[in-house]
Design a protein around this ligand. Structure first.
Ligand SMILES: N[C@@H](CCC(=O)N[C@@H](CS)C(=O)NCC(=O)O)C(=O)O
Length: 331
């Protein structure tokens, strides 16, 4: 099957996100096409990207750092999209394909007929030299469960309090909440911030804040979205809330409220994950969160490119730092 997808971001002024195309799975089954093996897979990420952020969180939360490599592209796109810059954490070329300087080259190596967006995250199989998957929700799930036999007992899902990140008895509830969070928040902030018509903006801003209001109420009697323990839904919400006051509110026009001023329970939930005061998350949240000012800068850049146009001035708003956005929690 030829892997093609629409490149266009907009339909009638509304931002649309095409489906990811590479959808293979890594499995704990040693006979699978992509069996979980130490050192075999690598993740390509952009530290500013919330979808890639999901995969960085789960890699650290599970303690998979020595089993799965990470390669960073430059956080701000070049003329050909994501590229390796040799600056900060980004190598000057693709470590697995010397000479490749863009993610586009990696996608075309995976499929020379590919026409579509060159998105992060990408999970790459070094052994067969192929792209396994470029859909963050699926990579999140694979990394959460399929490498467990390579990890110490305490890191395995079945041995986690509450039955792990995606326990059988909560699956329907987690899927339903993830779906709502995806449409109104994870992707909702893009539908608002990248709207190209007042109608598209108006249609999406209400559902975004209704979901935040609902989640605020939901946390009244429980520390995490589904009860006493962290689940997949918390990870999926975190990547959006960590960027909310730094980027989605000031740059992407989700201006009605901020997390730190208007949502005390969500704010305290965010600070708890971020600071990991009980040391139960292997610093997976703060340790994978970029400097907040980078989020501001990257979204200002993205909105200029996608909505305002290259001739518009690039203005990056001034914002407070970590000490105001997520004040430190002491154990
Ligand atoms: N559904 C994908 C979406 C990934 C995605 O859209 N990533 C953005 C960065 S935040 C990207 O790479 N965009 C490049 C482009 O649109 O050309 C996932 O969740 O993995």
């Amino acid at each position: 099957m030829s892997k093609t997808t629409a490149i266009s971001y907009h339909k009638d002024g509304s931002f649309t996100r095409p489906d990811s195309i590479f959808r293979n799975v890594v499995s704990r089954d040693p006979n699978a096409e992509f069996p979980a093996e130490p050192g075999r897979y690598a993740l390509y990420v952009n530290v500013a990207c919330p979808w890639a952020h999901r995969t960085l969180i789960i890699r650290k939360l599970k303690g998979l750092e020595s089993l799965i490599d990470v390669y960073h592209v430059h956080p701000i796109a070049g003329p050909d999209g994501w590229y390796f810059s040799g600056q900060g954490d980004s190598p000057s070329e693709d470590p697995l394909h010397p000479g490749f300087t863009t993610l586009k080259q990696l996608y075309l190596k995976a499929d020379p007929t590919y026409i579509g967006r060159y998105t992060v995250p990408v999970l790459w199989d070094r052994k067969q030299d192929v792209m396994v998957n470029n859909e963050s929700s699926e990579i999140l799930r694979m990394l959460a469960s399929e490498f467990d036999h390579l990890l110490p007992e305490t890191q395995r899902e079945g041995n986690k309090p509450g039955g792990g990140l995606y326990p059988e008895h909560l699956r329907a509830e987690i899927d339903a909440l993830s779906d709502q969070i995806y449409h109104t928040l994870n992707n909702g902030v893009y539908k608002v911030g990248f709207a190209k018509s007042q109608e598209a903006y108006d249609a999406n801003i209400g559902p975004l804040f209704s979901t935040l209001d609902e989640l605020e109420a939901r946390l009244e009697h429980k520390p995490y979205l589904h009860g006493e323990s962290l689940t997949e839904s918390d990870i999926r919400l975190y990547t959006t809330l960590a960027r909310f006051d730094a980027a989605y509110n000031p740059v992407m026009m989700s201006t009605r409220k901020t997390i730190r001023h208007d949502y005390p329970r969500l704010h305290s939930w965010l600070r708890r994950l971020y600071w990991d005061v009980d040391g139960i998350f292997n610093n997976a949240f703060r340790g994978t969160t970029a400097p907040f000012s980078l989020y501001t800068q990257c979204y200002a850049n993205g909105r200029q490119k996608i909505v305002l146009g290259p001739d518009a001035p690039l203005i990056v708003p001034d914002l407070p730092g970590e000490e105001v956005l997520v004040p430190r929690l002491i154990a």
